[in-house]
Design a protein around this ligand. Sequence first.
Ligand SMILES: Cc1cc2nc3c(=O)[nH]c(=O)nc-3n(C[C@H](O)[C@H](O)[C@H](O)COP(=O)(O)OP(=O)(O)OC[C@H]3O[C@@H](n4cnc5c(N)ncnc54)[C@H](O)[C@@H]3O)c2cc1C
Length: 415
Amino acid sequence: MASSSNYDVIVIGGGPAGATTATVLAQHGRRVILLERETFPRYHVGESLMPYTWFTFERLGVLEWLKRSGSPLKQSVQFVSTSGKISHPFYFFETIKHDCATTWQILRSDFDKMMLENAGATGADIRQGVVVRDVLTEGSQVVGVRAHIAGGGSETFRSSVVVDASGRDTLLASKLGWKRRDPELNKIAIFTYFKGAIRDPGLDAGATTVAYIPDKGWFWYIPLVNDTVSVGVVAEADYLYRDTRDPEAIFCREVEGCQWIREHLAPGTYLGPTRVTGEFSYRGTRAAGNGFCLVGDAFSFLDPVFSSGVFLALKSGELAADAIHASLDTGDLSANMFETYERDIRHGLDSFRHLVLSFYDRTFNFGEFIGKYPELQPQLVDALVGNVYKDLQQLFAALAGYRSRVSPVPDPMGQ
Ligand SMILES: Cc1cc2nc3c(=O)[nH]c(=O)nc-3n(C[C@H](O)[C@H](O)[C@H](O)COP(=O)(O)OP(=O)(O)OC[C@H]3O[C@@H](n4cnc5c(N)ncnc54)[C@H](O)[C@@H]3O)c2cc1C
């Protein structure tokens, strides 16, 4: 078995979280290697960005690519009620006076490839077709990984710190028994793609539309490049699987029951395939240990109704990379060095979770909420765009009034 050493950091996985971590560490001048199982471009769901991704993109130096990518411009989110009534869109520019008020609907295969190449161009050593099987430990300290190389053979890699950015595979959280399902967000998603479906005119052409289905969940409708749309339904498994387990049949049945989606898809051509994601929202009981951190979906996944996933992947990558850089400077690579990272990323997750739980409460309605608390509209828009590292306590207190019961998120020690 071959062995490679001399890295400050090994990053497992080259999605947005891993690529961001690797880029920022390389910018800090650290020796970093990123091990990715697939060869990019590869398919990934999760196409709608949040405005506050802008600031990480700026730091990574990828804004120009996004501006030139031809990706539809996302200026708003709009909600469609079960009766087919459409809300006034939440235009980000009405509240944010910054270029970030316009964001993008991205084709993840192209975007993730660009992010990975950018990490390589910044100085990270990128290896694709490498499947990490396990971590190496010395006492309680993680000191590297053991990987399978495409084409045969295994190799060990040693480093001062290992970052798990393996996404929903949750390599380390699963191995350590840290993964906890969120009991209040027990949904699944069934999704696919259409070409030639209707786009709303003007400013709304790139909007994300969230269309409610009675009592049970919602559809997303995300315009992408090449006249395609990403469309998916999210609801509890018992509801979606009530009369068949065939994803395509379930998708068609739900489209029939949702007027806005049915009408928008009518002139379109089904591209397929229809995919399913189960085991929806979860969180690790810890985000770091001695010599390692978890970032992005490898730490936590939150229901995607507000498109927070890529934002949190980027933010956690950035925060973790800065914490690792500081810990390498001190030579202390214990879990204590990652406490601030863990606190900050939990804060972001908790903020979005407040919104998501309100969204699912049957008594909650955005229009009525703003009517009742007009002074909280700016805070609500802040939360919807990802400006969650400011004081939003008033908003969360008001939102909590809409929920009959709120279970706490798993605590840091998993008790
Ligand atoms: C149905 C659905 C809809 C969503 N919609 C949105 C949306 O509209 N907007 C949004 O922002 N987010 C959305 N998300 C969330 C978003 O997709 C994720 O939050 C985001 O991709 C997380 O990035 P990541 O880098 O943590 O993980 P990933 O993007 O999953 O990347 C992980 C990488 O690790 C690699 N890997 C895994 N295991 C190993 C291993 N053992 N060795 C080496 N490599 C490995 C994988 O190949 C992969 O490339 C959605 C998610 C779902 C499920």
